[in-house]
Ligand binder design. Structure first.
Ligand code: OOG
Ligand code: MG
Length: 259
């Protein structure tokens, strides 16, 4: 039997201390995805016990580029808490991370609950606003390497995120050009179409996965729809900017001395 609480504590401690650990699957080769989601939830419960609040959900591996980069080919999801939220244009202390990487994404904010099998139209009808977003992922595993169960247990590498200016959901998000720059140099070019062919499909999948896990996406929640490109490693002292066609620019700096 898998000791869910103990493995959640191991991952949570690694996040709190910004210190990498071995993959859980090394010592627990039979760890399955269902238990991995239980571990992720137990680790979030530790954060809630410390005063954090769930503010949404993130989708992972919604683009082929991300699947190819990490060698995983299943959709995954993780919890978002208020402590992971950073201010647009602000600084994230570099000491908070182990080996941070950043991804260009879209975010939605819900105005109504959403769960189960829904069409893209039904899913989008629950959206109050859409925004460009940058997600900082930071695997708690050494060398940023993991199996599917490992990364699920690690809350899909969630660490921090920043959302840019919200706008009305009548913007057509099907195929928006996205350029992510680090210190003024463009490093990733993509399109929102890379997110499951259409970002609305990621919200449909989020509703389905939430239903399977026994909860509903709530009004007021933010859902990160997944990266449109491979992730880029970031170093202390760097500023990352995302420009998305027809949307506001969003940016975040990794504060602290250059590594
Ligand atoms: C897992 C998280 C993937 C995305 O947007 O695809 C993710 C990882 O690559 O470590 O957040
Ligand atoms: Mg992501």
């Amino acid at each position: 039997m898998t000791d869910i609480a103990a493995l959640a504590a191991t991952l949570d401690d690694a996040a709190v201390r910004s210190a990498a650990i071995a993959q859980l699957s090394t010592d627990h080769p039979a760890l399955g995805v269902a238990d991995a989601y239980r571990i992720a939830r137990a680790a979030i419960d530790r954060r809630i016990a410390r005063g954090e609040r769930i503010v949404g959900m993130k989708m992972g591996f919604t683009s082929r580029a991300k699947m190819a980069q990490m060698g995983v080919d299943d959709l995954i999801w993780g919890w978002l808490t208020d402590a992971m939220m950073l201010a647009d244009g602000g600084d994230a202390p570099a000491t908070r991370f182990i080996h941070p990487r950043i991804e260009p994404e879209l975010a939605v904010r819900l105005k109504a609950p959403l769960v189960g099998q829904v069409t893209a139209l039904e899913a989008w009808a629950a959206v109050e606003a859409v925004a460009p977003a940058l997600e900082i992922i930071d695997s708690r595993y050494r060398d940023f390497r993991f199996s599917l169960a490992d990364v699920v247990a690690d809350n899909a590498s969630s660490s921090a995120f920043v959302v840019g200016g919200w706008q009305r959901p009548d913007l057509d998000v099907a195929n928006l050009g996205m350029v992510m720059s680090i210190d003024g140099a463009p490093v990733q070019f993509g399109s929102s179409a890379a997110i499951l062919g259409h970002p609305q499909r990621s919200l449909v999948a989020a509703a389905r996965l939430a239903g399977e896990a026994g909860f509903a996406l709530e009004a007021g929640w933010t859902v990160l729809l997944g990266s449109a490109t491979p992730a880029e490693a970031i170093r202390a002292g760097s500023r990352v900017r995302l420009e998305t066609q027809g949307m506001a620019t969003v940016d975040i700096a990794l504060g602290g001395a250059a590594a």
